[in-house]
Design a protein around this ligand. Structure first.
Ligand code: DX5
Ligand code: ZN
Length: 234
């Protein structure tokens, strides 16, 4: 599938919930993926951590490749790594459909975003809570996705930081409706409505989702709250 049709499909399906597999049962990844597929997930979020840019390690290229073998869902790969330029092609070859890099490690990200698109993936930029949102304004024309971190990158299960809300609103204002605007960290039934009202349309959920018995009920509820909150804005 081309980048353009992938992004168009994702736009049509908004609001979307992206399960972050970081909080799933890694002894049974395939079973967890079947469960989120059955629950109606249309995209998976994969968190790559290098123990350097963030103080935690998660997984890398071989695991993305293994996940690619067991699902057709688009893979939204969040690179929390110091030197993303070294790994864009390998992650794309492993099956990433969207590749998101941190602006903190690439203050002039345009060439990397262009490279991601030229590899046939959708290009994303992200920023941590302390990083001013203005830093990414100039690169928006080269992005298909902006991921606003509402926790410091590195761990699941942290508390939502409201500083993300103003950033979401600013990015939506600057980037227009065509941009996929994602929020990551502490997204749950209490916070999703505020994120949607601020302009988010792709909601990454890790611990809040995988702590549920019924993933389907949770995904429906998050989606309903996101829609209700957005409709309330219009
Ligand atoms: C944090 C990761 C997140 C994480 C979110 O660095 O980028 O994707 O899995 O987890 P929750 O939803 O538990 O905050
Ligand atoms: Zn993430």
């Amino acid at each position: 599938m081309s980048v353009a049709s992938l992004v168009a499909d994702l736009h049509t399906a908004r609001p979307l919930v992206a399960p972050s597999l970081l909080s799933c049962d890694f002894a049974n990844v395939e079973r967890e993926i079947r469960k989120v597929e059955a629950a109606g997930a249309k995209i998976l979020h994969l968190d790559v951590m290098d123990g350097h840019f963030v103080p935690n390690l998660s997984f890398g290229i071989p695991v993305v490749k293994a996940i690619r073998r067991v699902t057709e869902l688009p893979l939204d790969v969040h690179l929390m790594i110091s030197e993303p330029w070294r790994y864009l092609a390998p992650f794309r070859e492993a099956g990433a459909d969207l590749l998101t890099i941190h602006i903190e490690v690439a203050p002039e990200p345009q060439p990397l975003l262009e490279e991601i698109r030229s590899l046939g993936a959708a290009a994303g930029i992200t920023l941590n809570p302390p990083t001013p949102v203005e830093t990414l304004r100039d690169c928006l024309p080269y992005c298909d996705l902006v991921l606003v971190m509402s926790v410091m990158a590195g761990f699941g299960g942290q508390e939502f930081e409201p500083v993300a809300l103003k950033k979401l609103a600013a990015v939506r204002r600057w980037g227009g409706e065509d941009l996929l605007l994602s929020v990551d960290g502490g997204v749950n039934l209490d916070t999703v409505g505020r994120c949607a009202a601020a302009g988010a349309d792709l909601f990454v959920t890790g611990s809040a989702l995988f702590s549920q018995d019924d993933y389907g009920a949770f995904l429906r509820q998050v989606t309903r709250l996101a829609k209700a909150s957005k409709d309330g804005q219009n």
